[in-house]
Design a protein. Structure first.
Length: 222
């Protein structure tokens, strides 16, 4: 599984992020998030603020974004929290990246339903493209992470790439998604199985078929 230790706190890192602060756009969003909580509970906004900080770093670096320690310290100061409390949140939740990542963060689910449906082949397809777990690829495009259940068991196997989920994958379908992303395109998210729309049974519904195209009242038939 993914390493949750923070990136080394080096002098170079300190120099790079010494003056980091929310820009106007992200500060406005941060303040709106804080305002959702009653007086005295502003620290409850730590999760959305960490997400905003990660997104701003991603915008600045043309990657999915991550949380350098000086940035975590900035969020702690913004909320008047001990740094260790903010670090505890950042290290607990996988939505926060603690090390630099590529432009596209490919998170492959390896939990049982995905494994039974071919996640090993999905992981192999990623590695065949030069991806290595926890590392940024040489071209700066990809970072590969194996994760636990992402909640798409009915459409396994799946990967999450940045904010999008791609489901019902085969190595060939994954390659098509990755090729599109590398070319600057936005592939369709969700199921990649032709003819399937969400998580209905593969091959189409077997019951309540009249509900496919319009609302149907079955009560008289029961």
């Amino acid at each position: 599984m993914a390493d949750r230790t923070p990136h080394p706190d080096t002098p170079e890192l300190r120099a790079q992020y010494a003056d980091w602060a929310f820009d106007e756009e992200h500060k406005a969003k941060a303040d709106r998030a804080i305002a959702r909580y009653p007086e005295g509970r502003q620290k409850s906004a730590v999760m959305p603020l960490l997400d905003l900080a990660q997104r701003q770093v991603g915008k600045e670096t043309d990657t999915q974004g991550w949380l350098p320690l000086p940035v975590i310290e900035y969020v702690a100061g913004y909320l008047d929290m001990p740094v260790i409390r903010v670090l505890e949140v950042a290290t607990f939740y996988f939505m926060y990246n603690l090390k630099p990542v590529g432009k596209f963060h490919v998170q492959v689910c390896g939990t049982t339903p995905c494994m039974l449906r071919g996640s090993d082949a999905i992981m192999a397809a990623c590695k065949a493209r030069g991806m290595k777990k926890g590392e940024v690829s040489e071209d700066g495009l990809w970072t590969l992470t194996e994760v636990e259940c992402m909640g798409n068991c009915a459409t396994a196997p799946m990967v999450q790439i940045n904010d999008g989920n791609y489901e019902d994958l085969t190595p060939e379908r994954l390659d098509a998604v990755l090729d599109a992303l590398a070319a600057g395109k936005q592939p369709k998210e969700g199921t990649q199985e032709p003819g399937r729309h969400t998580s209905e049974p593969s091959g189409g519904p077997t019951t309540l078929k009249e509900m496919v195209d319009a609302n149907h009242d079955y009560r008289g038939e029961w």
